[in-house]
Every structure is written in C-alpha cells, then in structure tokens.
Design a protein around this ligand. Structure first.
Ligand SMILES: Cc1cc2nc3c(=O)[nH]c(=O)nc-3n(C[C@H](O)[C@H](O)[C@H](O)COP(=O)(O)OP(=O)(O)OC[C@H]3O[C@@H](n4cnc5c(N)ncnc54)[C@H](O)[C@@H]3O)c2cc1C
Length: 386
C-alpha cells in the first residue's frame, strides 16, 4: 500500500487531492488522506468580502470528496517527522506516509511590527474575517486603518469602504496602491479608491500598532479605531522545525519537479513552497498554487508507475483586482508577473474577476472526473521558464 498524505486543503492542496484521487482511482494499493484544519473550504480570495459582512457559500470538503476514496481528517497538524515519515495531528494522532504533499499555505506576517499580533485584525482565516466583520458592524463612522498597500490591502480597503460608506477608511503602506500594475491600471485603482472615499497614505513605514493608532517612522501617528493588517507573508514553522530545507522565509525549497530538495518523498505546493522558475521564485497566489497541486499529483501518479516526475513550468497570466463589488481592474501580465500592455477596467473587469474568484471550487469537481483538464489550465511561460 502506498500511503499519500496531503496537508492543507486550500487551493493547492485541494487541486492535488482531487487530481491524485482521479489518477489513482483504479488502484487498490494507493491510500490518500487529506488533513485540514476545517471541514469548510476557505475561499481566501474572498475573505475581504467576508470581512465586509457578506456571506460566502458554504463549501464542504468532505462533500466534494464524495465518490473518491480519499480519507478526510479534520485536525491541526502539529509536527512533521520526515525521517520517520509521520505527521502528528492535534498532538495526539500520528499518520504514517510514503509520500507527503505539504500545502499548508501562508498567513499575513503579524510578527514584523510590534503590536500587530495584539491589536490588529487579519484576513488569515474565515474566522479572522468574521471577527472583523462583527467588529465593523458596530463601528459606526469610526476610522479603519488598512495596513499594507499591496493588492490584498487595496481589495480590502475598497470592499470595506463600499460596504460601510460611513466609515473613514485609510490605506497605509510603503508603496502606492497598484504599484505592481501598469500605469493605466494603477491610475484606475487610484481613481476607484478616491471615488470610494479611501484615504491613501503611501511612502509610509509603519513602526508600531497600538490601541487607537498606527505609528509611522518619522513620528507621525494615524488614529484608528480598528486596524486590519494585510502586509507581508509568513509560513508555518513546521517545515523548518522538521528539518526540511527551507528558504529565508521558511518555505520548502523544491527541485524542478516540486519535491523537497532535502526530502524527495515530500512535495511542496502553493504558498508554502519556494518554487523557482527562470524569472525567480514564484510568489504565492492561487493562480500559481493550483497548478503546483495539479503538477504534484501528476508527478506522484508517475512515480507510482515507475516513471520519473516531470519538470514544473509556470508563467503568470493576470492580476485581477476587485475594487468593491461593482468595479475591478485586471492587469494582464508577462509570465514573470511584470505588467503587460493590456488591462480591463469597469464592468468587463468586474465580470472577469468574479469568474476567476468563483472558478476554483467547480474546477476541483471537474478535476475529480477529468484530471487531464487541470494540465491545460495554466500558462507554461515560454522563454521565461525554459
Ligand atoms: C484577502 C485575500 C485575497 C487574495 N486574492 C488573491 C487573488 O485575487 N488572486 C490570487 O491568485 N491570490 C490571491 N490571494 C492569495 C491566495 O489566497 C493564496 O496565495 C492561496 O490561498 C494559497 O493557496 P494555498 O493552497 O497554498 O494555501 P491556503 O489557501 O492558505 O490553504 C492552506 C490550508 O491549510 C490549512 N492549514 C494551515 N495550517 C494548518 C495546520 N497546521 N493544520 C491543518 N491545516 C492547516 C488552512 O486552514 C488552509 O485550509 C489572496 C489572499 C487573501 C488573504
């Protein structure tokens, strides 16, 4: 029996699980176990919607796995032992594996700036976003500081301002909002934020978050009744503690096939993996995470039949950014994620963004039946990844 354990049922872990289940459906000698903190699938792409008070669909992982022979274990992974090839769940249970797919994702980095852990809200989980929604509902016309002017910060600030027009929303960060987009898309983001009444403080270095204020380098403070932290990325320390080779951010360093360079029985996918392409290490997105999951599944299926896993190649296609529910901008990109010439704005962009955000769950259902479909779903990057 080949025991395959997949840790994390986010975008990458789910893609790996259903693809692998479909590819091994006729094999009685393969047993797949999926471990996740929650039975409910977290649509991270939409957590700013949850935070603004919207109800998301109730997507149940065991329901999606109906008809597969995957065992779903709800629990919190507390340790990985790559030498003994076991993982511990909730400190009590132990699961043995022959191959592991590590897909535990990432969270916003709340450790880099003093006070963030104690005084700021995050969009790290559905629970965190719901806590924020409850607090916002009672805030009246108070001030919300959204810290971090990357695309998550932009989407959150726009969503909160649109849904709670009485709130004073201020977006604080080092870069100007939309700095990774081309000039047209960036200007559009600025116009949309202004229309929604979001105040923008860019070029700001946040040094402390304390109750009632965000302190900036240089001595200024921004009064805030509530702080939302979206800046930076942090991964679970589990991989580093386990002795797997990790990069300076704690992500598992992978070979070109997505196996850990130190422990080849471990595949690393999604935000938790440092996947190198010709243009650099792929930064964590759903866009890249799902392909890593599909690829890991294909590679494991190949290994199970005595073949070699293939090389992973990935190029970015787009950066779709919601600006509330009625507006959006989509920047089409080069495979290395630098902005291309094309962008969509307004209604077509809103439709495009919604289509992209709602596609993962039906894609998992499709992959469960037709795993090869997954291989058509991403750009290989041409000369950028050759
Ligand atoms: C508000 C917001 C908007 C975003 N918008 C976009 C976007 O528009 N486009 C885009 O491409 N990306 C976007 N992202 C980034 C995207 O969500 C992530 O890159 C993506 O979720 C990574 O997928 P993953 O499967 O690696 O991790 P995740 O989706 O985070 O899944 C990890 C899973 O592992 C589980 N887990 C973690 N630790 C443990 C543990 N110890 N034990 C058990 N279970 C555990 C978690 O509960 C979760 O289910 C956005 C992120 C946020 C927060």
């Amino acid at each position: 029996m080949s025991r395959i354990v997949i840790l994390g049922a986010g975008y990458a872990g789910m893609a790996a699980t259903v693809s692998l289940a479909a590819r091994t459906t006729r094999r009685d000698d393969v047993h797949i176990t999926l471990v996740n903190a929650d039975e409910r699938f977290t649509e991270r792409l939409r957590l700013h919607q949850t935070a603004s008070g919207q109800q998301l669909a109730d997507l149940r992982i065991p329901h999606l796995l109906d008809g597969t022979r995957v065992d779903f274990v709800r629990g919190w992974v507390t340790a990985v032992d790559p030498d003994a090839r076991t993982v511990r769940i909730d400190d009590e249970r132990s699961l043995a594996y022959d191959r592991l797919v590590y897909a535990l994702g990432s969270v916003a980095d709340t450790t880099a700036v003093p006070g963030v852990d104690d005084h700021a809200y995050t969009l790290n989980s559905a629970h965190d976003a719901e806590l924020l929604a409850r607090r916002l509902a009672g805030l009246g016309n108070g001030t919300v500081a959204v810290c971090g002017s990357g695309l998550t910060g932009v989407e959150a600030a726009a969503e909160l301002a649109e849904r709670h027009p009485a709130l004073d929303v201020v977006l604080i960060g080092r870069q100007e909002p939309g700095s990774t987009l081309g000039p047209r898309a960036r200007a559009y983001v600025h116009g949309a934020l202004a229309r929604l009444g979001v105040r923008v403080l860019s070029g700001a270095e946040i040094v402390t978050v304390r109750p009632g204020a965000v302190d900036l380098a240089g001595g200024d403070s921004v009064p805030a009744d509530l702080v939302l932290w979206t800046s930076g990325v942090r991964v679970s320390p589990l991989a580093a503690t386990a002795g797997l080779r990790v990069d300076e951010r704690g992500r598992i360093v992978t070979d070109p096939t997505l196996r850990s360079v130190s422990h080849p029985q471990v595949y690393a996918v999604g935000d938790a993996a440092a996947v190198r392409q010709g243009y650099g290490v792929v930064h964590g997105t759903c866009q890249s995470g799902m392909p890593t999951g599909v690829h890991a599944a294909l590679s494991i299926a190949r290994e199970l039949t005595g073949r070699q896993p293939g090389r992973f190649r990935f190029g970015f296609l787009h950066a779709p950014v919601s600006l509330g529910r009625r507006d959006a901008v989509v920047q089409f990109t080069h495979p290395d994620d630098s902005p291309g010439r094309l962008c969509l704005t307004g209604r077509p962009a809103t439709w495009y963004k919604e289509t992209v955000s709602s596609s993962p769950w039906p894609s998992f259902a499709r992959l469960k039946r037709f795993p090869s479909v997954g291989l058509l779903a991403w750009r290989r990057g041409g000369r950028y990844t050759r």
